[in-house]
Design a protein around this ligand. Structure first.
Ligand SMILES: *Cc1c(COP(=O)(O)O)cnc(C)c1O
Length: 392
């Protein structure tokens, strides 16, 4: 099959919900991908923050194959080793108490929302189910997580949306106080807003928010679907902010390319969702859990230190380019936003870079870079060379 046959087949039979670039991908290794015609691309996307230990990582591929040959699925009616071991690893490294496994970011956030509402219901009864989220946030595509998402563009077509969310301005405690009330049970936020444009929260704001949550007995819910699992240079971004959330969701990077998500609860909230209150058929699937184990083993303290160093290197090189199209950079670790200027849109610039062999993402009005965390120096420099020849 060649490129035009593939795209024709896709357009004929796959629901056209995605604005795809006119590129197909066939296989990859490390941070390098190849299309059907054998053309090479340097990848600064990780499949949107997912393939953080690179493509076809040999340890990952071996673990997936070995687990598939042993036990692919058995349901949550029974104990399985990969799930329990993974929960132990995640809790220990995050300083949290217990894990629930799900399959996607949106589903993980739904679980965290349920946990917050039940915590409050158990303690205070009905009428305290409202969750404060931030403007410009992104929490997922289910009806409830779309409602939680603080961007009007997402509140369209699918009426009626849910009740129970109010939106505060990121960085403004006054704005949080304005939407506070007796019906609130939690605050949910991303520490670096990803889809919103790679916008890190101010540490003071996060600290003040944590204090207010403790005062009001609101749960502090951190959506680390994009920032989690090493992306920002620590296993979770909250570990750089000096806070301990009551619940933290994760997904994208956890299983290195297999669909998995979940959330961690603190000591205080670990028992809120008791037997029968929450479930999902595929949650903690042994193949996904075995894959995730390799991801966590790979992202040890040395690898996380390298993520921070590579992030600084990439940002310094991009700022030193002096491109007429690229402005300031921002972000944490290898979650980087690059401001766009000079009259071109981020989508146009992304299109030109992809055409020239460098895969990048957009977010808000910025270019967004999420390279595999294991990207080599040589791959980084090849990506930067494409950036230079395309945008100088
Ligand atoms: C991607 C993302 C989600 C949604 O994850 P899905 O797996 O697409 O459901 C939720 N929150 C954040 C912060 C994300 O980046």
């Amino acid at each position: 099959m060649d490129h035009s046959e593939l795209t024709a087949l896709d357009r004929r039979y796959v629901m056209q919900t995605y604005g795809r670039f006119d590129v197909d991908i066939d296989h990859g290794t490390g941070a390098t991908l190849y299309d059907l015609a054998g053309r090479e691309y340097i990848d600064f996307t990780s499949g949107i923050g997912v393939c953080s230990i690179g493509y076809a990582n040999p340890k990952w591929a071996d673990a997936v194959a070995a687990q598939a040959a042993k036990l692919g699925h058995v349901s949550n009616l029974f104990y399985t080793q990969p799930c329990a071991k993974l929960a132990e690893q995640l809790c220990t490294r995050a300083g949290m108490a217990a894990a629930f496994f799900a399959n996607s970011g949106a589903e993980s956030n739904e679980g965290v929302i349920k946990l917050a509402r039940k915590y409050s219901f158990d303690k205070y009864g009905k009428g305290r189910g409202t969750i404060i989220t931030l403007k410009n946030s992104f929490h997922g595509r289910t009806i409830t997580t779309l409602t939680a998402t603080g961007q009007d563009v997402f509140h369209n077509y699918f009426f009626p949306f849910d009740e129970g969310f109010r939106y505060a301005r990121a960085g403004s405690m006054d704005s949080v106080q304005e939407v506070a009330g007796h019906d609130v049970c939690a605050v949910m936020l991303e520490l670096v807003q990803g889809e919103g444009g790679v916008l890190p929260m101010e540490p003071d704001f996060v600290h003040d928010l944590a204090v207010l949550c403790a005062e009001r007995d609101w749960l502090l819910l951190v959506d680390e679907v994009q920032t989690g699992i090493g992306r920002t240079g620590t296993l979770f971004a909250f570990q750089q902010y000096g806070i301990l959330p009551d619940a933290v969701s994760f997904a994208k990077g956890i299983a290195g390319g297999l669909p998995m998500g979940g959330f961690l609860a603190s000591d205080r909230t670990r028992a809120v969702l008791g037997p029968g209150t929450h479930a999902t058929t595929f949650g903690g699937n042994p193949i996904c859990a075995a894959a995730a184990q390799v991801v966590l083993d790979t992202l040890d303290e040395d690898a996380l230190a390298a993520v921070r160093a590579k992030g600084e290197y990439l940002r310094a090189r991009i700022e030193a380019l002096g491109s007429p199209y690229l402005g300031a950079t921002r972000g944490l670790g290898l979650m980087i936003g690059v401001e766009v200027k000079g009259g071109a849109t981020n989508r146009e610039l992304a299109g030109r870079l992809i055409q020239n062999g460098l895969l990048v993402l957009t977010a808000g009005t910025a270019l967004r870079l999420l390279p595999p965390l294991t990207i080599t120096q040589e791959e980084l420099d090849r990506g930067l060379a494409i950036l230079e020849e395309t945008l100088l």
